[in-house]
Design a protein. Sequence first.
Length: 199
Amino acid sequence: MLPKRIYLVDRKKALVDAWREAFADFENVEAIQGDYFSIHADAMVSPANSFGFMDGGLDKAIRDKLGVSIQEKVQKVILEKYHGELPVGMAEIVETNHAHWRFLVGAPTMRVPENISQTLNAYLSFRAILLAVKRFNESATNQIIQSLLCPGLGTATGRMPPRKCAAQMRVAYNHLYERARIPDFQEIRRVHAKMHRAS
């Protein structure tokens, strides 16, 4: 089961406007301009690097808000399940022990801090986030994730253009909310090119 409500939150007007355009057809997705921590949800996304370091930008703010132990939890999972490196396109969920955001979804948008503006990393990251929540909810015996808080993916250090980020996130959303299938290669190429063209 995917989250019933998704909050896309960022301070940048250009990104919020791009989200609103990209997700205009979906009432359960709300784009909000403002402070990331002003919205409470079952789970919060941390768009960190592949090694779980949360020492800069939004990730540092998340660590400061949730406590330094959250980085240790994320890195413990990365070490035990991924041999020390969580690739872009994968995501993991850990508990936070915080009343406002019970879970953190760690989903790298880049292996290390760098320019990812010419990649599909926003798509890969958001797809991984949604898939991780879906699998978590399907196996949960107690609490499930019904609401999700997500920032721009790769739009700060990664320099991903707002419209490209929004377009990639919309494609990921479409794929996860549709029935699972393997499309024909013509469709794959068309969608792939469309995500690269958005800017």
